[in-house]
Design a protein around this ligand. Structure first.
Ligand code: ZN
Ligand code: ZN
Length: 108
């Protein structure tokens, strides 16, 4: 391995990737990889909103912005795991406080 050190520079081993992911989950959502997998499994492995499976990137953890504004969560307000698109829509609706207006417009 050390023999090829120069060649592998800039690349991450699967172990490093897993460690990084675990670090981010813990840092942002106070969540373990096992907990993430559990939630995702309870959702059937798909986005909680549009029910689509992950495409290129992993599904994102969604949390209540009213409890924890920003990217980080206290860990208690995690609502579910959603795809990047739904996450962006949620973020847009919530940050602009337009959910009521949308419901009214769509007559929901
Ligand atoms: Zn989705
Ligand atoms: Zn919170």
């Amino acid at each position: 391995m050390s023999k090829y050190k120069g060649l592998t520079k800039g690349f991450y081993t699967t172990e490093q990737v897993a460690q990084r992911r675990a670090g981010i989950l813990k840092h942002r959502y106070k969540m373990t990889v096992e907990e993430y997998d559990e939630i995702l499994e309870s959702q059937g492995g798909v986005c909680a909103i549009c029910k689509k499976p992950p495409e290129f990137i992993r599904l994102a953890v969604d949390h209540d912005q009213k409890c924890c504004p920003g990217r980080r969560s206290c860990g208690k307000c995690v609502r579910g795991i959603v795809c990047q698109r739904c996450n962006a829509v949620l973020g847009y609706i919530e940050s602009n406080g337009i959910l009521g207006a949308i419901r009214k417009y769509l007559k929901l």
